[in-house]
Write a protein that binds this ligand. Structure first.
Ligand SMILES: Nc1ncnc2c1ncn2[C@@H]1O[C@H](COP(=O)(O)OP(=O)(O)OP(=O)(O)O)[C@@H](O)[C@H]1O
Ligand SMILES: O=C(O)c1ccc[n+]([C@@H]2O[C@H](COP(=O)([O-])O)[C@@H](O)[C@H]2O)c1
Length: 217
């Protein structure tokens, strides 16, 4: 079994905190690999301000260099946008892997708005990474109303492959305030440096569509 963490995101763009939490999660959860699932489009985020997928994937590839992190836009190939659909397909497609879903505490807060979020928790264990400004108890009260009974002690995190989902573990690394929002505010045209690149997905080797390279509306 190849243990594989999954960090889904917009990566608009990828930044140092993505890398830092991923490397820390690899160590904490004893992962063989961690995949960044660069989303074709978060169903809850507006299209406006979202850089083209090839630029976001290119930024993720650059940020993941020389590490066990693999940046992929596999959802574009699978034709999925909702996490529950993606995870079902990945489990079917990679039977020799054991997956764990990883997300920042900000995403735990909005999890009840995701399609079939309890179904997601039944598919694989979930690791929630602390993020400055998001306190699990106050911000994620709704999600925790159901998930609290499945919380595992953090000191057992390396044994997550023994857990039968639903199972949830909280990971606390040194707090990292970096965010894609701050990067976009400082440099709204960050994606221009990646314009015009022919791109193959590092995981699936499929060409990544470049239909709208112009940039955010
Ligand atoms: N500084 C951070 N600490 C903990 N988790 C983070 C941090 N930055 C991003 N994440 C997590 O990484 C995943 C992908 O994040 P995303 O691509 O949305 O970056 P972001 O910085 O949150 O973007 P934006 O500011 O545009 O919302 C999410 O699960 C998010 O919670
Ligand atoms: O499945 C859903 O309903 C759903 C709703 C909102 C976000 N997600 C996923 O959550 C992950 C984090 O997204 P983001 O934009 O906050 O980086 C990414 O993989 C999205 O596809 C999934």
């Amino acid at each position: 079994m190849i243990t594989t963490g999954l960090l889904g995101g917009s990566f608009n763009p990828a930044h140092g905190a993505h890398r830092a939490i991923s490397l820390n999660a690899i160590a904490a959860l004893d992962l063989d690999e961690l995949w960044w699932l660069v989303s074709p489009g978060n169903p809850l985020k507006p299209q406006a301000g979202m850089a083209p997928l090839p630029a976001r994937l290119a930024s993720a590839r650059a940020m993941a260099r020389r590490s066990p992190i693999r940046a992929t836009a596999i959802e574009a190939e699978l034709g999925t946008r909702y996490t529950v659909d993606t995870l079902k397909k990945l489990i079917r497609r990679y039977p020799n892997r054991r997956f764990i879903w990883i997300m920042g505490a900000d995403n735990l807060a909005q999890l009840p708005r995701w399609r079939d979020w309890r179904g997601i928790a039944r598919l694989m264990p979930i690791a929630v990474v602390a993020r400055p400004g998001y306190n699990g108890r106050t911000h994620a009260a709704q999600a925790m109303g159901w998930l609290r009974r499945f919380v595992r002690p953090a000191d057992q995190k390396a044994h997550w492959t023994d857990w039968r989902p639903p199972a949830l573990v909280f990971l606390r690394f040194s707090p990292d305030v970096r965010s894609a929002t701050a990067i976009r505010q400082a440099n709204p045209r960050w994606y221009e440096r990646y314009a015009g690149r022919a791109l193959r997905d590092p995981l699936t080797h499929s060409p990544i569509g470049d239909s709208e390279r112009k940039g955010p509306a």
